[in-house]
Design a protein around this ligand. Structure first.
Ligand code: FAD
Length: 448
């Protein structure tokens, strides 16, 4: 089955207007939660629209499972985790921790990450949004835009009540997929010549003897060489396409979180998950692959003999889809040369972690970080729409670094403050100085 390029006439509908708000935030992932909380806390009438019944996006529905991007990488002996990302990311991390939903730092290669509990992530997001008086509409999906030239006047949403319009003065596109920007006809692209990073279906495994597992696997969540070799030589190796895998201890006893699968089409093609045919094939193959990896772990890894799969993500985890064309673009050179400038709004110490091919490719940024320019969030053609999150304007390999959760919190925080400035001073996002947003972020503890 594939799309037919045939157009049919539909009835000429008139849609009811559901509401009129200062700011609409589309999507409740890390970036959307941060943006909506920021705008709400500054006293604007803000609505967050999310297609699921909870916030978290890739981190929760995709079960990505850890907050990466907080700490420097280093090869120094006896080094301790050194956090370099603060502001909203730090506030969210601290509240997660206080609610019992976050581990201590876990070694990941030459850096550290922290694993979060997906249920407590949702509750933490609920509490941040409600404290900031954000209006929330769950189970509501943006399906179109209402436009006047470079101005997006609002969106069309679909829910169980039917299709309705929402009007807004400013829109933060935190859909991950740049849905608003794409539907407005502004420029977007996908990956390297259309090929995006592989999705992964993450799963959690209960009934594990954690002490036995840890003493065999070691402290590093990235698979040791002996596991890579076992995956290559396993008799079912064809069903285990990824040979370098990550496994994390979680905040729950007897549980591990497994980031192992590599989701391709049944014919081995790279999938484009913005196409529902590919997306569906991905979900079906992912569930089969989860069982293959679990069987491998049961058969080969001490401590996992009596384990069971207690859950998978609600959906395959999607690392990358559309990327906007911003007034600035984060380049691969920016990442590799640790770019820094006064108009930057987020620090990122995370390596390039590119998921394509047999093994993910990791390029470490030792003992330093780069900064992400404000203009990467601002679509070239839009006046009153800003992007926040993994769809920011970025080259392919650079995106494999700057897309992780701590940075997405940061983009949301920055987009939220830029929105406040844009309304207060009645200016388009593109006319805002990145340095002004940076100063505001620093006023809210971002330590840039
Ligand atoms: C397999 C995998 C593993 C990963 N591992 C890690 C990790 O260990 N640590 C880490 O920090 N990061 C990890 N990441 C990356 C991280 O999870 C994401 O980059 C991050 O969550 C992206 O946040 P976001 O807010 O930009 O977008 P998303 O998390 O994608 O959020 C977008 C939100 O918008 C909603 N939405 C989309 N379209 C619409 C619409 N039209 N209408 C209404 N709502 C809509 C979605 O439901 C979703 O909630 C991983 C990602 C994947 C896929």
């Amino acid at each position: 089955m594939s799309w037919k390029h045939e157009i049919i006439d539909g009835p000429n509908h008139k849609y009811p207007v559901f509401c009129d708000v200062d700011v609409l935030v589309v999507g409740g992932g890390a970036a959307g939660v941060a943006a909506a909380e920021t705008v709400g806390r500054h006293g604007f009438n803000v609505l967050l629209v999310e297609r699921y019944g909870f916030c978290g996006g890739g981190a929760v529905a995709g079960l990505s499972g850890t907050v990466c991007g907080l700490y420097l990488s280093t090869k120094s002996e006896n080094a301790k985790p050194e956090q370099v990302v603060f502001g909203f990311a730090d506030s969210f991390k601290n509240r997660l921790y206080d609610k019992g939903g976050l581990t201590e730092p876990i070694i990941y290669g030459h850096t550290w990450t922290v694993a979060h509990d997906p249920l407590i992530w949702r509750e933490t997001a609920d509490s941040f949004l409600q404290d900031a008086n954000v209006n929330i509409l769950f189970h509501t999906q943006v399906i179109g835009v209402i436009q006047d030239g470079h101005e997006v006047l609002g969106v069309l949403v679909n829910s169980k009540s039917g299709i309705a319009a929402i009007h807004a003065r400013r829109i933060v596109d935190a859909s991950g997929d740049a849905d608003v920007i794409y539907r407005a006809g502004y420029t977007t692209s996908k990956g390297k010549s259309g090929v995006i990073q592989n999705p992964t279906m993450i799963f959690r495994m209960g009934g594990v003897d954690i002490d036995q597992f840890n003493s065999y696997w070691g402290e590093d969540s990235i698979s040791p060489t002996k596991i890579v070799e076992k995956l290559i030589s396993d008799e079912h190796s064809d069903h285990l396409p990824r040979k370098k895998i990550w496994i994390f201890n979680t905040s729950r006893p007897g549980e591990l979180m497994v980031n192992a699968t590599r989701i391709l089409g049944r014919d081995g093609r790279d999938l484009d998950v913005t196409d529902p045919v590919d997306h569906t094939e991905g979900e079906l193959t992912a569930r089969e692959q989860v069982r293959s990896y679990h069987q491998f772990l049961k058969n080969n890894i001490p401590g996992c003999e009596h384990s069971y799969v207690n859950d998978t993500g609600v959906e395959i985890g999607i690392r990358q889809t559309r990327t906007i064309k911003g007034i600035e673009t984060l380049t691969n050179d920016n990442v590799l040369n640790r770019y820094k400038s006064d108009d930057c709004i987020v620090n990122s110490p995370w390596p390039i972690e590119l998921h394509s091919g047999d093994k993910p490719y990791v390029e470490w940024l030792l003992d330093d970080y780069y900064e992400v320019p404000y203009g990467t969030l601002v679509p070239e053609e839009a006046n009153n729409v800003i992007a926040a999150g993994r769809c920011l304007s970025s080259e392919h390999e650079a995106l494999a670094s700057c897309r992780v959760t701590a940075q997405c919190f940061g983009y949301g925080h920055a987009a939220g403050l830029a929105t406040c400035l844009s309304i207060n001073e009645n200016i388009a996002y593109r006319n805002i100085e990145g340095s002004a947003v940076r100063n505001m972020l620093n006023g809210e503890g971002a330590k840039l």
